[in-house]
Design a protein around this ligand. Structure first.
Ligand code: 8X3
Length: 259
């Protein structure tokens, strides 16, 4: 096969939040494959350190609970000098809690989803963005979801937090005009990862049913999408990228019929 003459950009330092989860590990491996230094974030020290060991590139372990503001700011302020020039920040940490109807949902789950998917994401982004602007170099890649575009029953706050991520991504692009900093929102559809185990709080049967008898996306499919957006030449910005399995698409709107 002839070489592709299209130029690519090679990020040298990538920070991945929620790196020990399904997507996160695939992202680490994809960027390590081109020799990028990886800042591996997670809550479990053992898992973060095990992943750092596995990656065949320089790594820096970043251990904090994304819902803890002080721990977040403190850990970010301690990133050593040789990892501080972050070319790509992948805001991947987050997730769904529950799939109950709005009037039957757990209020704590709702508040936690806002904290995990939105508050933590803006905190990390706001902290790391100034250095990207100063360097006139950097890329924020947010892991959104088709849930931010398409409401579905039981999605309620998860749909809403991912819609926030989409609009935050687009909106900060406007602020970053003239800085050369890129922003991308990647919006995966149904993907077989521990996502559903977390959503259904360890109920294996419910989680497995989500992926039964179909071919969902996998973590490598999304790693490749993220990697493609991140390695395009610096004058190219992918604003949003919605990716679904071929076997997932759209349904009709529901109309209630009277007798
Ligand atoms: C995960 C995709 O379809 O379960 O963000 O909401 S979906």
């Amino acid at each position: 096969m002839p070489n592709n003459p299209y130029p690519t950009y090679k990020p040298e330092c990538v920070l991945i939040t929620g790196a020990t989860g399904g997507f996160g590990e695939a992202f680490c491996e994809r960027f390590a494959a081109i020799g990028a230094k990886i800042i591996v974030h997670g809550r479990s020290e053992a898992k973060v350190r095990a992943l750092c060991e596995k990656l065949d590139v320089p790594t820096y372990p970043l251990i904090f609970d994304i819902c803890d503001k002080q721990a977040t700011l403190s850990a970010l302020s301690k990133i050593p000098a040789d990892f501080q020039d972050i070319d790509v920040l992948i805001n991947n940490a987050g997730g769904a809690l529950g799939l109950d109807k709005a009037h039957e949902s757990d209020l704590d789950d709702w508040e936690n989803m806002i904290e995990m998917n939105n508050t933590s994401l803006i905190r990390i982004t706001r902290t790391l963005l100034p250095n990207m602007v100063t360097r006139k170099k950097g890329h924020i890649i947010n892991i959104g979801s088709i849930a931010g575009n398409w409401p579905y029953p039981g999605g309620n706050v998860y749909n809403a937090v991912k819609a926030f991520v989409k609009m935050f991504s687009l909106s900060i692009r406007a602020d970053l005009q003239g800085t050369n900093v890129r922003v991308t929102n990647i919006e995966p559809g149904i993907a077989e990862t521990p996502f559903s185990m977390a959503r259904f709080k360890g109920d294996e049967e419910k989680a497995a049913a989500v992926y039964a008898n179909t071919k969902p996306l996998n973590a490598d499919d999304i790693a490749e999408s993220v990697f493609w957006a991140a390695t395009l030449p610096e004058h190219v910005n992918v604003n949003t990228m919605e990716v679904m399995p071929t076997q997932q698409s759209f349904g009709p709107l529901i109309v209630e019929r009277n007798e």
